[in-house]
Design a protein around this ligand. Structure first.
Ligand code: SER
Length: 890
């Protein structure tokens, strides 16, 4: 069962049981305790804590996760990965253990033919928390698992938390017994390799405080409700269901591993060192693609550093495996191809992701060349002097001058059998940091982590946020950052971050793009490039100084671009209108799952399982434009979350709401949403709205895109022009275009069929000259020929089979090739006589493929493949002839 199918089965099972399908959140979330999303429940944390009200009491998701704590284990064990997908079902105060356990059991044991995973009951072993009699009883009495297969474990194993203060609770895990060949008898307590954990059911009912380790922390008390958080590792399921040994060999990872093999020339399954390397490359390449797609770029701190470290491990490992040319672009492409079908953001962002991979590779290869030479000299010195420790100053020089991450130095040193004076290294790092602070100009790059924003907040308090009040305000500059470091001023041409005591700029949130505009003061003009709230209460303007100098303490005016804001209001109100129209046309299940809008454009993701019909799409557009015509009043009210919910306002997943919420209505109850965005005051101001696209963004979630206002008019005008051009070209009125084009296409198809037939006839007539004379090798005659350029694979096959047929009973082996569109098609066939002489078509093909960088396979009598290197065709044919010669001793 492939990974896409596992994912689909999981979501469908829970969707059919009343769970709202929620798309995966990005890997980077606004939670200062987390570097990356590392569990399926992370986006739901506020619902468990009772800080926010969930839009639905039941949810299901397949969440992308990154864990980088164990990256040294990747590739060495069968089950460590830096990227993984967590399938989960969640209940927010709805059902509890009594349903969570039977649900998981049903999905695991239901036959594959009925939509389940088909695990034999006798192979499953549940564990429960030591004093959780209730769960043990459910397993035994309701499910019927024999008491001896239910094991109890302590807090370290069967009590789950995020490792930081927050929601937690006892859990019950389900293990699959892979069989005696994988280890000892005795259940999960005895052997966790043989008994593989597949699903963790967390009974989320407590809140924990700070502490250390897995079991040393206080429990503060009960959460407002009893919740369920489950996690089933998609990759582990795939390992079991695909019958492979480890998670690097499942469908979606194996293709990247294979590509790494081709690019490096290393073989998998021959020696352990290469195996570990190939797995590291496959794992990390995939992780990096997701990180870049979610906005992380290689850097020297925080998330950027983790990404850089992963990328550099890939680059270096590829070298060790034998690659001599840059390979990162190819690896990015392989990762995107493997995961793109399920994560369209990778495909949309392919160019940017590939560029990030290639840039990092270029930079690092240059570094490696110089640094490795320095490292080797240092190691030789150490060894010559009889020591076993690389001095801290050497490690520091490698880091400081050649950009070697310390982890790399540690790894390379370990490979040479020596250690590194890490304490000395860290001491020098600390000294350097204080120097850098004193001379902040010296630092050119680096991402700011949130500490610098917290410092600004502590020193100057929150920003007075006036985005709803108007477009302009007087303000003073309270702080400035350049490259993430506080500075007293930003000069002309410089880019940096500006903090004002008050601002009218809308900071990106709730799907609405940040405002554009300027900040002006005496002799200074600054363009605002982006506006964010990096920590609660603080507005950060990303700016470029276009004239003069911006100085801390200066009096300025914040001016939002009026036309921009008008567009933003149209687009955001347009989003609400489309959402209401969707629900009117499709029904209330079509709930928004995410949105984005900027002037002129909006997109909305919503829960829905199938593509919209043309009619529904048209209806949605019609209902939206009718709402515009009706000039519905838009009103804003503030109330408590509870009041808003009673009022029927829609709260959306992924958003967190405070005590008091803002409710935006368009036409009263027709559209009622909790929203912090800026809106028009009556729906007619939205202007025309045109739906431009509808697509899938993962399982159970569709995306609708539209243009509004002037861009909508422009979009429709372009379409009208296009129709005009076609109508001129084909000389028929617009209404007759479809009929005319259909007629032309059908004639074209007939003509193409005719051309193919004629080409085949011509080839058949030239058969003898194309196939040529056979070569004798022992008892076997070998024909190896190239068909004229442009011949397709099917025709080559016909020629090959005909040649084999004409040989009659004489032992014959035939290999035919043709180049078409820069690709090589290869077909091999042998007759029984040749097979008796020890030649199979598969081997004949296999001998030829490497010369054209090809792949393929088939049966003993006929095999077929394709390659990407036309220059190797002659060598490929020769290799096949040589094989026969060798085999027949001829
Ligand atoms: N939060 C639990 C885990 O990550 C179950 O989803 O294992």
């Amino acid at each position: 069962m492939d990974s896409a199918e596992i994912r689909q089965r999981f979501l469908t099972f829970f969707a059919e049981r009343g769970h709202l399908v929620v798309p995966s959140a990005p890997l980077v979330v606004d939670d200062p305790t987390l570097l990356f999303v590392n569990a399926g429940m992370v986006p739901f944390k506020p619902y468990f804590l009772g800080e926010a009200v969930p839009p639905s009491p039941r949810a299901t998701s397949v969440q992308k996760c990154v864990r980088t704590l164990d990256i040294d284990e990747v590739g060495k064990t069968t089950r460590h990965a830096s990227f993984f997908q967590m399938c989960g079902n969640f209940s927010f105060g709805d059902y509890f253990k009594e349903q969570a356990i039977p649900l998981a059991w049903e999905l695991l044991t239901r036959p594959v033919a009925d939509g389940g995973f088909g695990f034999p009951e006798a192979r499953l072993w549940p564990t429960v928390y030591e004093d959780d009699d209730e769960a043990a009883d459910l397993w035994q009495r309701v499910i019927g698992v024999p008491a001896e297969r239910i094991q109890r474990r302590g807090k370290a194993d069967n009590f789950w938390s995020m490792g930081v203060p927050g929601p937690c609770g006892p859990c019950s895990e389900i293990y699959y017994d892979r069989g005696a060949e994988h280890g000892r008898d005795g259940g999960p307590v005895a052997d966790e390799d043989r008994y593989l954990e597949v699903w963790n059911l967390v009974f989320m009912q407590f809140e924990r405080g700070a502490g250390t380790g897995k079991d040393d922390y206080p429990i503060y008390g009960e959460l407002p409700a009893k919740n369920i958080d489950t996690g089933m590792g998609l990759e582990r399921m795939a390992t079991l269901l695909q019958g492979v040994d480890n998670l690097y060999e499942i469908d979606t990872t194996r293709v990247i591993l294979d590509r790494a093999m081709e690019l490096s020339g290393a073989r998998y399954g021959v020696d352990r060192r290469a195996d570990v390397g190939l797995r590291v490359v496959a794992d990390h390449s995939r992780t990096c693609a997701f990180l870049v797609a979610d906005g992380v770029l290689p850097g020297n701190e925080g998330r950027g550093y983790v990404l850089r470290r992963l990328m550099r491990r890939v680059i270096r490992t590829m070298r060790l495996l034998g690659a001599t040319e840059p390979t990162m672009g190819e690896l990015a492409a392989a990762a995107i191809a493997a995961m793109g079908p399920q994560y369209p953001e990778l495909v949309t962002d392919a160019a940017r992701i590939t560029a990030a991979y290639q840039n990092e590779e270029q930079a690092f290869l240059a570094t490696l060349r110089t640094g490795t030479a320095i490292f080797d000299t240092a190691v030789t010195e150490v060894k010559r002097s009889g020591a076993t420790v690389l001095p801290g100053d050497k490690a520091f020089a490698l880091h400081d001058t050649y950009g070697f991450p310390i982890d790399l130095t540690l790894e390379m040193a370990a490979e040479q059998g020596i250690s590194v004076d890490e304490a000395g290294f860290r001491q020098l790092m600390t000294e350097q940091r204080s120097r850098a602070k004193a001379d902040s100009q010296a630092r050119k790059a680096g991402l700011a982590d949130t500490t610098v924003y917290r410092d600004v907040l502590d020193a100057h308090g929150t920003t007075d946020w006036l985005a709803y009040e108007g477009l302009e305000t007087d303000a003073s500059v309270v702080a400035l950052l350049s490259a993430g470091q506080p500075v007293p001023a930003l000069g002309a041409g410089e880019i940096g971050t500006a903090f004002l005591d008050r601002t009218t700029f809308y900071a990106e949130s709730g799907g609405q793009h940040a405002d554009a505009g300027t900040i002006v003061g005496d002799g200074v003009t600054v363009e605002v490039l982006d506006v964010q709230r990096p920590v609660r209460g603080l507005v950060a303007h990303q700016v470029r100084v276009t004239r003069g100098e911006l100085v801390v303490g200066q009096q300025v005016q914040a001016k939002v671009d009026a036309r921009w804001r008008h567009g933003a209001r149209q687009a955001h109100s347009g989003t609400h209108v489309v959402h209401a129209a969707l629900r009117e046309v499709l029904g209330p299940q079509a709930l928004q799952a995410g949105s984005f809008n900027r002037p002129g454009y909006l997109r909305l993701d919503f829960s829905w399982t199938s593509a919209l019909s043309k009619t529904s799409r048209g209806d949605i557009e019609h209902v939206s434009n009718r709402a515009v015509r009706d000039d519905l009043p838009v009103s804003v009210a503030y109330m408590s979350l509870q009041q808003a919910q009673d009022f029927g306002a829609l709260a959306l997943f992924g958003e967190t709401y405070g005590e008091t919420v803002r409710v935006v209505e368009i036409g009263g109850p027709w559209s009622r949403e909790l929203c912090g965005g800026t809106h028009v005051s009556a729906s007619s101001q939205i202007g025309p709205l045109a739906v431009t696209a509808e697509s899938s963004v993962g399982s159970g979630v569709r995306r609708i895109e539209a243009v509004v206002g002037l861009p909508a008019y422009e979009y429709l005008a372009r379409e009208r022009d296009l129709v005009g051009q076609l109508s001129d070209l084909l000389k028929v009125p617009p209404a007759e275009l479809p009929g005319r084009i259909e007629g032309m296409m059908s004639r074209l198809r007939d003509a193409e069929r005719e051309v193919t037939r004629l080409r085949q006839d011509a080839l058949a007539a030239d058969f003898a000259s194309i196939v040529g004379e056979g070569v004798r090798a022992g008892k076997v005659t070998v024909w190896a020929f190239t068909a004229p350029a442009g011949t397709d694979g099917g025709t080559v096959r016909d020629l090959v089979l005909r040649a084999r047929g004409e040989a009659g009973a004489e032992p014959a082996a035939v290999l035919g090739a043709a180049v078409s569109d820069g690709k090589v098609a290869l077909v091999a066939a042998v007759n029984p006589g040749a097979r008796d002489a020890g030649i199979t078509a598969r081997e004949l093909l296999a001998a030829a493929l490497p010369a054209v960088a090809g792949r393929g396979g088939g049966k003993d009598d006929v095999a077929q493949g394709g390659g990407t290197d036309p220059a190797g065709v002659a060598a490929a044919l020769r290799a096949a002839v040589d094989l026969v010669t060798e085999r027949t001793g001829g």
